[in-house]
Each structure stands twice: as C-alpha cells, then as structure tokens.
Design a protein around this ligand. Structure first.
Ligand code: SF4
Length: 523
C-alpha cells in the first residue's frame, strides 16, 4: 500500500492502487462539483459529431493547441547551428525557459540559451539596461565568439530597438565593438518558429556579409551553400554532408546544430560543439548559389540571397522522398559539374526496391497529416509515391500561397485529389477532422497522442493510431536522430510507415479463435 522505501513505484503504477483511486473519486465527488459521468460522456460524444465540427470550424477568436511554436524558439535553433555562437533572447525569462525545456524534451540534451530577464520595470522604461548587463554578463561567463540576439513578445510590444541597443552597448563599452552580434526581431504574435528561424538566418547573413559585398564575386569560391531551415532531425544534417561528400562537392552547410544537440556522455560538458564556422558565412556570397532545403519557409533568406548576394536560388522542393531528392541531387550535379556518385545511385536503387517491397501494404492506406509547410509538401509527395491516400492536411503556419501549392500537388494523383487542405487551423480542428472523417492513420508530433486517445474513447473501431513524425516528439526517445531527407530519409520514413501498418494489423488480428486467422508470421 502506498509508497515504500523497499518498493518504490512510479506514479503510473502507484496511482492504480485502491487507496489513490478512492481518494481521487472522493475528491471528484466532494470538491470538484463536476458533471456526472453520463453528462461528460454525452458532451464528449457531441464533440465527435459533424455538427460540432461545423461549430468548431466557425471558431474565430480562440486557438486551441496551435501546432506551432513561437518565433524566438526558431531563432534559437538557428543560432545553435553556428560555431561558438550563443543564442541570446532579449525579453522575459519564462519564454526562454520554455524554449530550453522544449528543446531539452525533444533532443534530450541541455540547450545553451540566455535571456536578459526583462521584468515589470523594463516593460515600463524599456529593456536597454537589461541588454547592457545581459550582453556583458553573457560574454564574461560563456565566452562566445558571437552572440545571436532575438526577442520575445514583451520586448516587441514596447518597441525595443535591437540595432540601437546593441550599438549603444558597444559604444558604452559593455561589449567590444568587434564582437559579432547578429540579431533579428521575432514578435510571436505573428509567424511561427519557422519565421523565427528564417529571420535569424537573414540576420546572420546580413551581419556577416552586408557591409563587405564589394570584394565578393558569385561563384568565385566554387562552392554551393545549403541552408536547411528549421530542421530538428539531426540525421538530416548528416545525410546532407554525406551526400555532398560522396559527390565530391565543395559546399557549405550554413547552420548545423547536429553536434551541439547530440554531444557524447564522456565526462566533458560542451557548451559549444561543431556548428558552421562564422568565416563560412562571411564567404557565402562567393558561392555559385544557395540551395534552400525548405524554400517556402525561407522567405527573408531567399530575398536576401537574391537581392544582396546576387545569387539565383534554384527552384527546388524539400528533398524528401524519391522525386524531390532526385531533383535536388541533379541540380547539385548541374551546378557543380560533379556527377551523382555510384554510391548514391545504388542507394536510390535500394530505396526503390524497398518501396516496391512494401507497396502492397501501403497502397490505398489513408492518412491525415499536420506539420510545417515544407515538410507537409515533401510528406504528401512521398505518400503519393507510395500509393497512399491523404484525407486532410493541416498546417497552422501555412498561408494562402502554400495552400494553393499544396492543392495543386494533391490534384496530381488519384489518392490525394480529394484531400482537404487547411491552413491557420489548430489541433482541435484536426481532432474534429479525424473523428468525423476517419483515416487509417494520422501523422504528426507527440501532441496528437491525445487525439488518438479521444478516437479510442469513442470506440475501438474509431481509433486512429498516431505515427510520430515531426516536431516536437517528447514521448518517444531518439527519433530526433533519424533522417527524413534524401534516399536514406525515405528509407527511414518508409520503414516507420509500413511497420505502423503491420503493427496495427497484428493488433487487429490477435484475438485467439476470433481474429487470428489473419495473425501471420510473414507479412
Ligand atoms: S509567444 Fe511570446 S510570450 Fe509566449 S513564449 Fe513566445 S515569445 Fe514568450
């Protein structure tokens, strides 16, 4: 009974004990003044209906679980991808605690990011004093080569000017004049984490190249630049390096946090590790061109690359699945004159072989999916290649332009031509979609586990299993180390998808003497 020193139980098993069950039942009965369980069930059932869906979609003034994170979180991830660079957020301490815990929970790693902890007085008088002290302390304590500054809503609402504040901090000697301090304003009442990533990248590019464009010539260093965008699969950074190295291409991956977010446990704490050298950013305008791996999300970056670096950004999509990876590699080959390596040709062949092997299980399976704009375009394309059907595609941080592009893509294949595309909608909308138009599976981040629970609560026949692909994934370990881009990423995603189908089939055919005529050893 209860907790004992000889047998310490986790909360899950502990609270199953009668003592706790009785206590919780009494608490509900005596203090919570809740509705009867019949009433709760009745309302729950109503929230699963078409009638409720229509009311839900008429909702205007409230967002419930938005399926996006805020701008500075994206800026922090971008800053982490540069060598010895400290992400610094001008604004409230609580916001920064949220960014760090979000990343800690996803990457299972400590994440270095400082805040200048603005409080009420700064909200009234402005945050310049916080910034002076914050920059000085951050440099003294953490000794970065660069401090990359973004903002929280509080600093934006009162209109703090980063350019002026950082300039004043240098003028008044809080930090040296020559300390690199790229910055971006990241008001989170607009945009999302992908906007913040884009803003910080443009801030880095601006800081390190804008004033030094006179001695730059497009193509003079013979390299191509590759900009990943908001990318949380560490394998994706690694697969880009591998593919470029196998093709013997000279390249710069502009932003790579794959080391600092995956440091070994060898007794040494690394606050900084890996990352793109700042000199590579300085040299970036000399490259042949810059390839954007998430082009729909890198609006400011594209404008800067084309307008200031004078490079022509190739029209490509995220290199996910077969076709988009082919286009990426062929473009790299055309730009650099390097042939696609035999190793990658072989890898492609293996990938096609895997797609063929699994085709019978995936063909015709239906999915409802949500996530970020470019990822959803890549995923939909890949699902088309696998012969899958897509019912609903929801992108909170998409826009009209994205939605048109997605609709055009869906129209190309019979399995997706009836797909409904939703942008600006949240996970409570997604719940209604899944409950009223049941797909075989949904694909999303960890938050959809609650939607799976609701589908199951409606009845076993309504349950929609969640396949975890995206960000954040808090409730499964190490998936962030996977790869989703290139042929290698396609193999990983295919394995995930087909095995989810087979797991479900096993679960549905496991009842002895009832359904086990389909419980086969070989699939
Ligand atoms: S939305 Fe604004 S207030 Fe909320 S965590 Fe992000 S920056 Fe802070």
């Amino acid at each position: 009974m209860s907790q004992s020193i000889d047998n310490i139980e986790t909360g899950y098993t502990l609270f199953k004990q009668d003592e706790y069950q009785d206590m919780m039942a009494k608490k509900r009965e005596l203090f919570e003044e809740g509705h009867s369980s019949e009433k709760v069930k009745e309302v729950f059932e109503w929230t699963t209906t078409e009638e409720y869906k229509e009311l839900n979609f008429a909702r205007k003034q409230l967002t419930i679980n938005p399926a996006k994170a805020c701008q500075p979180l994206g800026s922090v991830l971008c800053a982490l991808g540069f060598e010895n660079t400290l992400p610094y957020v001008h604004g409230s301490q609580g916001c920064v605690a949220y960014f760090r815990t979000y990343f800690n929970r996803h990457f299972k790693e400590p994440v270095a990011c400082v805040s200048d902890s603005m409080t009420e007085d700064a909200a009234v008088f402005g945050g310049q004093k916080n910034m002076f002290d914050g920059l000085q302390n951050a440099l003294a304590l953490y000794k970065p080569d660069a401090i990359a500054v973004s903002t929280t809503c509080m600093a934006e609402v009162i209109g703090d000017d980063l350019n002026a504040f950082i300039g004043n901090a240098k003028k008044e000697g809080y930090i040296p004049e020559d300390l690199p301090t790229p910055f971006t304003h990241t008001p989170s009442f607009v945009g999302s984490h992908v906007t913040g990533w884009d803003g910080m990248f443009e801030g880095m590019a601006r800081y390190f190249t804008l004033k030094d464009m006179d001695n730059k010539t497009v193509g003079s260093n013979g390299k191509i630049n590759i900009v990943p965008g908001f990318e949380t699969y560490l394998g994706n950074y690694r697969v880009i390096h591998r593919m470029m190295q196998e093709m013997d291409v000279d390249y710069s991956l502009l932003c790579d946090p794959s080391e600092v977010l995956d440091t070994p446990a060898d007794g040494e704490y690394r606050m900084y590790s890996g990352g793109t050298p700042l000199d590579e950013v300085r040299d970036a305008p000399n490259a042949i061109t810059t390839i954007l791996l998430q082009p729909d999300q890198l609006v400011k970056t594209k404008k800067f690359v084309e307008g200031t670096w004078k490079q022509e950004v190739p029209k490509l999509e995220i290199p996910m699945g077969l076709d988009y990876t082919d286009s990426f590699l062929m473009t790299v080959s055309e730009l650099t004159g390097k042939p696609i390596s035999p190793s990658l040709e072989k890898e492609r062949g293996r990938f096609v072989d895997m797609m063929t092997d699994s085709h019978t299980w995936l063909h015709g399976k239906s999915f409802s999916i949500y996530g970020d704009p470019d990822y959803l375009l890549g995923l939909t394309k890949f699902l088309q290649e696998l012969g899958c059907e897509v019912k609903h595609i929801l992108c909170n941080n998409g826009n009209k332009r994205w939605s048109k592009k997605m609709a055009a893509l869906c129209a190309q294949e019979p399995g997706t031509e009836n797909a409904e595309v939703h942008f600006g909608k949240d996970l409570w909308h997604f719940r209604s979609l899944v409950l009223t138009d049941k797909p075989d599976f949904m694909i999303g981040n960890s938050y959809a586990k609650f939607i799976q629970a609701d589908t199951k609560a409606k009845g076993d026949e309504f349950e929609v299993p969640l396949i975890r692909l995206g960000f954040p994934i808090f409730d499964r370990h190490h998936l962030h180390r996977n790869t989703t881009l290139g042929y290698e990423g396609g193999m990983t995603m295919l394995t995930t998808l087909v095995n989810a189908v087979l797991e479900k089939l096993d679960a549905d055919s496991m009842d002895l003497g009832k359904t086990d005529f389909g419980f086969d050893l070989v699939r």
